[in-house]
Design a protein. Structure first.
Lengths: 95, 539
């Protein structure tokens, strides 16, 4: 096994880059909260959160190295949450 | 599965006698012992919460305040709701009967994560202890079990500990769901395809997904309440840009699917009992299996019907009303299929079957009155009246709790190796039926006439309804005490139960009574399907 990976599925560099991306996206979330994007504010924050969650799943939790079944399971959960949030916003946007 | 296919040479001791001593029980990773640990805890909390309800129902025997203050009444009501919902009815059937029978029904030695299984019991007990102690130690919450904001943020009563308790109990639920989903995927006997699984397993599988997906939502929501209460973060305060309706959305995104966490496993148990006592293959196996998944899926999208009078938008109300009507379809599929299973069957009215038949009657009343409150115009009138109290007691108590008792009577001989007396068991069922309807049917009428729920006092014109209900509660308690006394009595005086007292076809009836430590003495016998009975002429 490559000593650089020492039992991990990816080289350390990938994890560091993922961590960097997560920090950058956190800063972006903070940044858009300071802007007045009106209705889009929540949507933008949710999209960034979804990207961050996907990075964690794919790189830190190794889903990209797993069988497709796990990906389908995570997709099902993600879609369910999207529907939860979407239905909640049916109320907010039509009030 | 390699382990299962190996024939074990020496007979294994049964799980009850395998290791003696309390320490062996509280450190066990055997799914059957963990199920009994849950059963002990839940039975205690069920009777505890029932005694609270009997107390405040006694207060309601006459108008005016008799022996409770308004404040104590509110706290008893909250404690009854919190304990019954979080400590009995949500974990109920999966934690006890799911834990005990899921691995056996799919030919496995144990659940996928036995230690996690034990941890979930410890989470349950820790959450339970927190809930009860915090509420009884003075300053108990008066918010009702829903912890609605802004009251839960502003009340001077103790809210932190019960919320923490609910949070920890959520972990217990998630761990159980995770364990069951993984077990079904990974430990199912290789010879058993998805459509050869017993329907109880299907219902536990669907429930497991709801537990995993929905429970974190309420956990996070309750943390938000604490953040606002203790750190002033304005998530729900409209004066500072928050929204109290957001709490209701988030709370019910979990708490309505929780209703299906409660009822789906119960429906699974009914799908086991009815074919066994009709000596007939289940009617429409695939439809029942798919309807479990459909109920879990659609049932997760109907939460806002709890909020029709809260100020939500009209479009949202219409959408959620429609979705609520939609969830009745897969529920009705199950009811019709159970009835079709009994058609031309050789029906035996043993106690588990009578409890299951009573479930169909009571749950149908609960379900159909659910359609009434799902109608937007009617809900405006009926919301927060005792009609709703009667509706959810018909579905939850008449549904899930009745099937909990049915499952106890069905699997008791297998779990403990003792047969209970049939005559008192049947007497308890009929007594319960009378008491239950006497307790809750008057609340439908009182509610339709405008009796608000959660009130400690009422106008004299509602007296007759409350008196019928209170007297009914005594009859119901007598029935429950009789049923449980009969079961416990059998542990000491009951005859030894045979391997298959009911002539069942699923795998638990083809293993010794009580089951050995690793569930089977050899390879599980999968030569016939879960609903294939030799007497079934239709096959």
């Amino acid at each position: 096994m490559d000593s650089n990976t020492s039992g991990h599925a990816d080289p350390y560099g990938v994890y560091v880059a993922t961590w960097g991306a997560l920090m950058a996206l956190t800063a972006l979330t903070f940044g858009i909260a300071l802007l007045d994007l009106k209705h889009v504010t929540v949507l933008a924050a949710l999209l960034i959160a979804a990207v961050k969650g996907s990075l964690v799943l794919f790189y830190f939790m190794h889903v990209r190295h797993e069988r497709p079944l796990f990906l389908y399971m995570f997709l099902a959960v993600g879609i369910t949450y999207a529907v939860f949030i979407g239905l909640t916003f049916v109320d907010y946007w039509s009030r | 599965m390699a382990g299962i296919s190996t024939t074990l040479s020496a007979p294994l001791p049964n799980y009850l006698e395998a290791k003696p001593g309390i320490l062996s029980w509280v450190t066990t990773t055997d799914h059957k012992r963990i199920a009994l640990l849950y059963l002990g805890g839940m039975s205690f909390f069920f009777f505890f919460a029932m005694s609270l309800a009997v107390t405040f129902r006694l207060e309601l025997l006459f108008p005016g305040m008799q022996f409770l203050s308004h404040d104590i009444y509110n706290r008893l009501l909250t404690l009854h709701g919190v304990v019954m919902i979080f400590l009995f009815i949500i974990p109920g059937i999966p934690a006890v009967f799911g834990n005990f029978f899921l691995p056996i029904l799919i030919g496995a030695h144990d659940v996928a994560f036995p230690r996690l299984n034990l941890l979930s019991w410890y989470c349950y007990m820790a959450g339970a202890a927190l809930a009860v102690v915090s509420i009884l130690s003075g300053g108990g919450p008066d918010t009702g079990w829903t912890f609605y904001v802004p009251y839960s943020v502003k009340t001077g009563q103790n809210v932190f500990w019960p919320i923490l308790a609910a949070f920890i109990l959520g972990w217990s639920s998630i761990l159980t769901g995770l364990n069951f989903v993984t077990t079904v995927h990974r430990l199912r006997d290789k010879a058993m395809g998805w459509f050869q699984m017993p329907l109880f397993v299907w219902s536990l599988y669907a429930t497991g997904w709801v537990q995993i997906i929905a429970t974190p939502v309420v956990g996070i929501t309750l943390v938000m309440v604490l953040l606002e209460r203790f750190f002033g973060i304005p998530i729900f305060d409209p004066a500072r840009g928050g929204d109290p309706l957001l709490y209701e959305h988030l709370f019910w995104i979990y708490s309505h699917p929780a209703v299906y966490i409660m009822i789906l496993p119960a429906m699974g148990v009914v799908s086991e009992i009815i074919p066994t006592f009709s000596r007939k293959h289940i009617f429409g196996y695939k439809f029942i299996a798919y309807s479990s998944v459909a109920i879990a899926a659609i049932g997760s999208l109907v939460w806002a019907h709890h909020m029709f009078t809260s100020g939500m938008s009209d479009i949202a109300r219409i959408v959620f009303s429609f979705l609520t009507f939609l969830v009745a379809v897969p529920s009705a599929v199950k009811v019709f299929n159970w009835i079709a299973t009994m058609y031309k069957g050789a029906i035996r009215l043993d106690p588990p079957m009578i409890w299951a038949l009573m479930f169909i009657v009571l749950f149908s009343i609960g379900g159909l009155t659910g359609m009434i409150v799902a109608s937007l115009s009617l809900d405006v009138h009926l919301h927060d009246t005792s009609f709703v109290v009667a509706h959810f007691h018909y579905t939850m108590f008449g549904g899930t709790a009745v099937i909990f008792i049915a499952a106890l009577h069905y699997w008791w001989p297998k779990m403990f190796g003792r047969m209970y007396r049939v005559r008192p068991a049947k007497q308890a069922v009929w007594l319960f039926f009378i008491g239950f309807n006497m307790t809750y049917m008057p609340l439908f009428i009182a509610g339709a006439f405008g009796m608000p729920r959660r009130y400690a006092d009422y106008l004299p014109e509602y007296t007759v309804f409350h008196q019928l209900s209170t007297i009914g509660s005594w009859v119901m308690v007598a029935a429950l005490l009789l049923a449980f006394y009969n079961l416990v009595h059998s542990l000491f005086r009951g005859e030894r139960a045979p391997e298959d007292p009911w002539g069942g076809a699923t795998l638990e009836w083809r293993t010794p009574t009580p089951p050995p430590v690793l569930n089977f003495t050899g390879a599980p016998d999968l030569s016939r399907g879960p609903y294939e009975y030799p007497e079934d002429v239709a096959q």
